[in-house]
Design a protein around this ligand. Structure first.
Ligand code: EPU
Length: 354
C-alpha cells in the first residue's frame, strides 16, 4: 500500500473537474485497508477525520481541492460463484469497470445485465446509488456484497434488504448520523459485489426506446446481446460519452408527486411526461421539466446543460479549460429555482458533491 500525496483528481472524475487531493490510497486488496489502519497516527474515520471512498468517479462533483483522505477502490476480479436452477451467481471486485463487467457476463453466456449496459462507473459504485436504466435496476439483479467497516476493520456482508435500496439510493449514500439510522457513507468500503442473474432469462422490453427499436428492426424476440446492442445505441445517441465530453450522467433524480399534484400540473402543462408508479404516486421526467424551462444548451462558465438531454450537465471546457464544481453547482441551483418557480417541484441532485 502506498499513500500518494497531492494527487491530480481530473482523471479520476468523469466530469473532468480539475482539483487535487491531499492524500489518496489505492485499495487493490482488503489487506491495503489493514495496512492503512496500521499507519502511525491512524485515527478511525469520524466527522472530524472523514474519509471519502472513490469508485469510478462517475457520479461526483468536486467543488475544490480535497483535504479528506480518499480511498480509491481498485479491487479486481470476476468469477462465476455457482450456477443453479435459479440462475447464475456471479461475483466481481468493486474496482472492475461496470460496462466491461456487463459485456463479460454476456460473452460468458450469462444474460441479465444487458439493460444496464454502458452506465459509467465501477462495480463497487453500482449498489451505492442503485443504478438503473431501461426498465432494470441494480436491485433486481443484486444478490449480496462484501464490505469492510473502516472504523473497526471488520469485514461484513449485506443482502439486498440490508442495503436499503431505493430509487438511486442505498445505505451507502447516507451518513451514519442520518435520520435513517443505518447510514454507511464514509463508514464502509464495498469490496466485492454478487449478482444473481435469474433463469430462465426473459428480456425486459417495456421501455419506450426499446419498443421503438423492436418496431424499427422488426425483431420482436431479441436475445440478450441484441438488447445490449440496442441499449448501447440508444445511450450513445442520447447521452454524452464522458471520454469525449465530461459529465456525471443524469444530474437530477426524476421526482415523484401525488396524483393530485400531477393533475394540477397537467391542467397547466398538458404535455408533461409522467409515469404512474405501483404505489399510486406519479414519476415525472426531470429532463422534460428542465427542457420545458428552456435550459438546453445554457451554461454557467464552462458548465452547461447538454443539448440532447436536459437532465445531463456537461463540462463544455474539455480537459484544458474544465468547468469548476462551483460552476456546476451554480448552474444546478439556477435550474432547481426555475423548475420550482414554474412547476412547484424541487429537483434533487443525483451526484455526490465533494
Ligand atoms: N425529455 C425531454 N427533454 C429532455 C430530456 C428528456 O423532453 O431534454 C423527455 C424524454 O423525451 C422522455 C422523458 O423525458 O419522454 C424521459 O427521458 P429519458 O427516456 O431519456 O430518461 P430519463 O428519465 O431522462 C432515466 C435515468 C437514466 C436512464 C434512463 C433510461 C434518472 C435520473 N435517469 O433518464 O439514468 O439511463 O432513464 O432508463 O432516473 C443516470 O442515472 O445517470 C442515467 C443516465
Amino acid at each position: 500500500m502506498l499513500v500518494e500525496n497531492n494527487v491530480a483528481l481530473q482523471p479520476l472524475n468523469t466530469f473532468g473537474i480539475a482539483a487535487r487531493a491531499q492524500s489518496l490510497i489505492r485499495v487493490r486488496h482488503e489487506d491495503d485497508l489493514t495496512a492503512w489502519r496500521a499507519l502511525p497516527g491512524w485515527v478511525p474515520p469520524s466527522p472530524d477525520a472523514p474519509v471519502f471512498v472513490l469508485g469510478g468517479g462517475s457520479n461526483l462533483v468536486i467543488t475544490g481541492d480535497v483535504k479528506t483522505l480518499i480511498l480509491k477502490v481498485e479491487i479486481a476480479g470476476q468469477r462465476l460463484v455457482e450456477e443453479t436452477e435459479k440462475g447464475w451467481l456471479i461475483e466481481a471486485g468493486a474496482g472492475e469497470n461496470w460496462h466491461a463487467f456487463v459485456a463479460w457476463t454476456l460473452a460468458q453466456g450469462w444474460p441479465g445485465l444487458e439493460n444496464m449496459a454502458l452506465i459509467p462507473g465501477s462495480v463497487g459504485a453500482s449498489p451505492v446509488q442503485n443504478i438503473g436504466a431501461y426498465g432494470v435496476e441494480l436491485q433486481d439483479r443484486f444478490h449480496s456484497l462484501d464490505a469492510v467497516d473502516l472504523v473497526t476493520g471488520q469485514s461484513f456482508s449485506l443482502d439486498a434488504a440490508q442495503c436499503g435500496f431505493g430509487y438511486r439510493d442505498s445505505v451507502f449514500k447516507h451518513a451514519p448520523s442520518d435520520k435513517r439510522s443505518f447510514g454507511l457513507a464514509g463508514r464502509a468500503i464495498i469490496t466485492r459485489v454478487r449478482f444473481l442473474l435469474p433463469k430462465p432469462w426473459k428480456p425486459v422490453l417495456g421501455y419506450l426506446d426499446l419498443e421503438r427499436k423492436m418496431t424499427e428492426t422488426g425483431i420482436s424476440q431479441p436475445d440478450a446481446q441484441q438488447v445490449f446492442d440496442w441499449v448501447v445505441a440508444i445511450r450513445r445517441a442520447k447521452l454524452p460519452d464522458p471520454a469525449v465530453i465530461g459529465n456525471a450522467g443524469s444530474f437530477f433524480k426524476n421526482p415523484t408527486v401525488s396524483l393530485e399534484q400531477c393533475a394540477d400540473i397537467i391542467a397547466r402543462e398538458p404535455k408533461v411526461v409522467h409515469y404512474p408508479m405501483a404505489d399510486g404516486s406519479i414519476k415525472l421526467a426531470a429532463g422534460w421539466l428542465i427542457d420545458a424551462c428552456g435550459w438546453k444548451g445554457k451554461s454557467v462558465g464552462n458548465a452547461a446543460v447538454y443539448e440532447r438531454q436536459a437532465l445531463v450537465l456537461v463540462n463544455k471546457g474539455g480537459p484544458k479549460q474544465p468547468c469548476t464544481g462551483g460552476e456546476v453547482m451554480t448552474l444546478a441551483k439556477a435550474i432547481q429555482t426555475s423548475v420550482y418557480e414554474r412547476f412547484g417541484i424541487m429537483l434533487e441532485p443525483e451526484p455526490v458533491v465533494l
